[in-house]
Design a protein around this ligand. Structure first.
Ligand SMILES: NC(=O)C1=CN([C@@H]2O[C@H](COP(=O)(O)OP(=O)(O)OC[C@H]3O[C@@H](n4cnc5c(N)ncnc54)[C@H](OP(=O)(O)O)[C@@H]3O)[C@@H](O)[C@H]2O)C=CC1
Ligand SMILES: CC(C)(CO)C(=O)C(=O)O
Length: 304
């Protein structure tokens, strides 16, 4: 089984570590300093769930060099997706399956445009993992849960079997669009407000005004999902709100908050940008998403 992972950051580094623990033919796609660090020091994982490890899989910035693969895992941020996928063209064979592990609700559409005939396993993941200055991967907390689309026309079982190991709870579901949207609604409040306040969940929940705005962001994202015809569980906004309110460790932030802090836009367009634009097209008012979006755009422009 030949397995390739592109995007060796927080999520991709964790997924790659699980794969390296169990399979011999794993290739990582990385470039520049990250590639050098991976070749020199190995893939280093510091994980609350799995402990400390170091793996030495194949690493290259030239996917063609690794040849045709059985499964390609794509764990980049949304703005990098098209470029990352295009580079994988030489690795696609008659039986290759792609599995994107990323946030957002439009990656499948982009993947289908680039590789219309390659089966795509859609997923969404709950995890807190980031890369450090030396490119080591640090996973925090007690959960890492992957939902995986169980469409009848996509060979998802192969992917499920590859990933179903200690350190990653996997749930295959035919209702993957619903799961992706539930996660996305969370991101549109959680990632956006931790980035906006440049702080953690504890800070947001320490003020009734911020808490209320968090709830409103959830409601607006859910309204857009429903406006698009997504069959969301009723009161999903409240379910998510209560789950975050009950979260024991509130010192966590998000991938967007980390990017904004470092002066990068990251997935701002994937979250607030998409909500604001889609809401405008559907005629749904989203004043809070718009307010946060405008301010976050300003942070990116001014580096504030
Ligand atoms: N981090 C987290 O805790 C969570 C993240 N997510 C989602 O997972 C996805 C990945 O996020 P995350 O892991 O945090 O992102 P990171 O920024 O940590 O990692 C992204 C990786 O992609 C690489 N990359 C970018 N463009 C390319 C390319 N063209 N070819 C090869 N590699 C490329 C980057 O390398 P380079 O430095 O060379 O650009 C980097 O290693 C996002 O959609 C995010 O929202 C979901 C749940 C939790
Ligand atoms: C919700 C959260 C914070 C963790 O799964 C996330 O998706 C992210 O950091 O992008």
């Amino acid at each position: 089984m030949k397995i390739m992972i592109t995007g060796i950051g927080g999520v991709g580094g964790y997924i790659a570590s699980i794969l390296c623990m169990h399979y011999p033919q794993v290739t990582l796609i990385a470039r520049g300093e990250r590639k050098n660090a991976l070749l020199r020091d190995g893939l280093r994982l510091y994980s609350d769930l799995l402990g400390t490890h170091c793996f030495h899989p194949a690493v290259t910035d030239t996917p063609a060099a690794a040849g045709v693969q059985d499964v390609l895992f794509v764990c980049v941020k949304n703005p990098s997706l098209a470029e990352a996928l295009q580079a994988l063209q030489p690795c696609i064979g008659a039986h290759t399956v792609i599995c994107c592990i990323m946030n957002g609700v439009s990656y499948a559409q982009i993947a289908a445009q680039i590789f219309p005939h390659v089966p795509l396993v859609e997923t969404c993941i709950y995890i807190t993992s980031a890369y450090e200055a030396d490119y080591a991967i640090r996973q925090r907390g007690k959960y890492a849960h992957l939902y995986l689309g169980a469409a009848t026309d996509v060979p998802h079982r192969q992917v499920l079997q590859l990933l179903q190991h200690n350190g990653l709870k996997c749930t295959a579901t035919p209702a993957i669009q619903q799961e992706i949207w539930c996660k996305y609604i969370l991101n549109c409040a959680y990632n956006v407000s931790t980035a906006y306040f440049k702080s953690d969940v504890a800070y947001i929940f320490s003020s009734p005004r911020r808490q209320n705005e968090f709830r409103l962001l959830l409601q607006e994202a859910a309204a857009v999902g429903r406006g698009l015809g997504i069959d969301l569980p009723c009161s999903i906004e409240e379910t998510i709100y209560n789950r975050v309110a009950a979260q024991k460790d509130k010192t966590v932030t998000s991938s967007l908050a980390r990017d904004i802090r470092q002066g990068r836009a990251g997935e701002l367009e994937t979250f607030s940008g998409y909500i604001v634009k889609t809401a405008a097209a559907l005629g749904i008012p989203v004043p809070y998403s718009r307010k946060y979006y405008t301010t976050l755009q300003e942070y990116c422009r001014t580096g504030a």
